[in-house]
Design a protein around this ligand. Structure first.
Ligand SMILES: Nc1ncnc2c1ncn2[C@@H]1O[C@H](COP(=O)(O)OP(=O)(O)OP(=O)(O)O)[C@@H](O)[C@H]1O
Length: 213
């Protein structure tokens, strides 16, 4: 189980954002994606998750091994916390939601509709979903937004346990999670902002990209 990224170039709205990115994410590894606002971290994660095609290069990983945690929590607002977790668990063929409920301190909230949760509680539920996918490669975009200090600690514990069990995590974040992790800085791979994609290429990718925005 690993994800190999070879000379990957990615675009947003048809405009190249990062060029010739290469790295390997291995079992047992936590890799922190760094770079200033707008540098292309989300675009890279979306491409790795298969939500948009690269302009060039290769990603070798089985898509069935990947789960993507985006900015939005992807909750079903009218279902309860428990129903949300059971739904995702059933999609992924996972029998128990106990570890997810326990791991993200959701015990007292299981019967609340997800739509009535606070921002931080919603984020905890969104992250708990990771634990009912059974998928080894976690791609996470700013996972700690809205979380209080204790909840950041729960998240860090979940990542530690996941990689200790042979999983891997690639995490775009601006904060220090207190994890033993490697860092990948997208800075050196930024495309020249003045160089727009050829019109044909821009048109081809823009439509596809925005369909998933
Ligand atoms: N829908 C879109 N259409 C065109 N350009 C976009 C779109 N969404 C983002 N961009 C641009 O693409 C570039 C890369 O954005 P991206 O969201 O990947 O950066 P990021 O590193 O994740 O930023 P942040 O740290 O702020 O989350 C930015 O310049 C951004 O303005």
């Amino acid at each position: 189980m690993e994800m190999r990224v070879d000379n990957l170039s990615v675009a947003r709205g048809g405009v190249p954002v990062l060029e010739r990115v290469s790295f390997t994410l291995s079992a047992g590894q936590t890799l922190i994606l760094r770079g200033p606002n707008g540098s292309g971290k989300t675009t890279l994660l979306r491409t790795l998750a298969g939500l948009q095609p690269p302009i060039a290069g290769q990603v070798s990983a089985d898509p069935e091994n990947i789960t993507y945690g985006a900015h939005a929590d992807g909750l079903k607002a009218t279902l309860t916390v428990e129903e949300n977790l059971r739904f995702w668990a059933s999609v992924h063929g996972i029998g128990s939601i106990d570890a997810a409920v326990q791991g993200f301190n959701l015990r007292g909230l299981t019967h609340r509709p997800a739509g009535n949760l606070s921002a931080g509680q919603k984020r905890r539920l969104g992250l708990a979903r990771l634990l009912v996918t059974g998928r080894p490669i976690w791609l996470l975009d700013e996972p700690t937004v809205s979380l209080d200090t204790a909840s950041v600690g729960l998240f860090a514990d979940a990542v530690r346990a996941h990689v200790a069990g042979g999983g891997a995590a690639l995490i775009a974040t601006h904060i220090d999670l207190g994890l033993k992790a490697d860092t990948f800085d997208v800075g050196p791979f930024r495309a020249n902002g003045d160089r727009a994609a050829p019109n044909q290429q821009r048109d081809r990718y823009a439509d596809f990209d925005e369909a998933f925005s």
